[in-house]
Write a protein that binds this ligand. Structure first.
Ligand code: GTP
Ligand code: MG
Length: 196
C-alpha cells in the first residue's frame, strides 16, 4: 500500500448508521489511550486524519475511513477508561459488540497492546470474544520506542505468555519511528483479501 488516499467516511454508534459499503473492513481495538488512532494515522501516512490525544477516551464513536476505495479502516473507541462518563461506559459494550458480531464486511481486528504493560482484563476479554467469534486478532505491540531493546524482549515474552500466543506472531510497532508499519500492512491486506 504505497500510494494512499484516505478519507473519513463517518462516525456511527448504531448499526443503522454504519456506512453502506461492500468493501472489506479492518477494525482497530484496544484500551483507551493505547495508540489506536496513532496507528491508523501512520498506516495511512497522515498526521491527523484520526484525532489523537494524550487524554484517554478521545474516540467515543466508531469511525470509518476509506482507503483507496479498496478497504475501510475502522477506529473503535477504547475500553477501560475509568473516568469516562457512566453513560459513555454503559454504551461502549453493546456498541462494540454489535459492530464486531454483526458487521458482515469485517475481515479482521487489530488489537493494540502497550509493550510496557501486562494485558488488562479488558484486553483478555476482548481477545476471548474475538477467538469465540472466529476473528483471531492481529496483535500489535505499540510504543516500541519507549523501551530499550532488552526491556522490549522481556515484555514481549511476558505479554505473549499472558495471552497464550507465540511471540513471533505479535507485531511490534512505533508511531514515532513507524517501525512495523510495512509488516502490519501486509497482514491487513492478507486478511482483507486485497492486493493493493
Ligand atoms: P482513545 O481514542 O482515547 O481510546 O486513544 P487511542 O488508543 O486512539 O490513542 P491515541 O492514538 O490517541 O494515542 C494516545 C497517546 O499515546 C498520544 O499522546 C500519542 O501521541 C501516544 N502514542 C501513540 N502511539 C505511540 C507510540 O508508538 N510511541 C509513543 N512514544 N507514543 C505514542
Ligand atoms: Mg483514538
Amino acid at each position: 500500500m504505497d500510494s494512499i488516499q484516505a478519507v473519513f467516511i463517518k462516525s456511527a454508534a448504531k448499526a443503522k448508521d454504519y456506512p453502506v459499503s461492500e468493501l472489506p473492513e479492518i477494525a482497530f481495538a484496544g484500551r483507551s489511550n493505547v495508540g489506536k488512532s496513532s496507528l491508523v494515522n501512520v498506516l495511512v501516512n497522515r498526521r491527523n486524519l484520526v484525532r489523537t490525544s494524550s487524554t484517554p477516551g478521545r474516540t467515543q464513536l466508531i469511525n470509518f475511513f476509506d482507503v483507496n476505495e479498496r478497504l475501510v479502516l475502522v477506529d473503535l473507541p477504547g475500553y477501560g477508561y475509568a473516568k469516562a462518563p457512566p453513560d459513555v461506559r454503559k454504551q461502549w459494550k453493546p456498541m462494540i459488540e454489535t459492530y464486531l458480531t454483526k458487521r458482515e464486511n469485517l475481515r479482521g481486528v487489530v488489537l493494540i497492546l502497550d509493550i510496557r504493560r501486562i494485558p488488562s482484563d479488558g484486553d483478555l476479554e476482548m481477545l476471548g470474544w474475538l477467538d469465540a467469534w472466529n476473528m483471531p486478532a492481529i496483535i500489535v505491540l505499540t510504543k516500541w520506542d519507549k523501551l530499550s531493546k532488552n526491556e522490549r524482549n522481556k515484555q514481549a515474552t511476558l505479554i505473549a505468555a499472558t495471552i497464550k500466543r507465540d511471540k513471533n506472531t505479535l507485531f511490534p510497532f512505533s508511531a514515532l519511528s513507524r517501525e512495523g508499519r510495512a509488516e502490519i500492512w501486509v497482514e491487513i491486506e492478507r486478511r482483507a483479501g486485497i492486493n493493493a
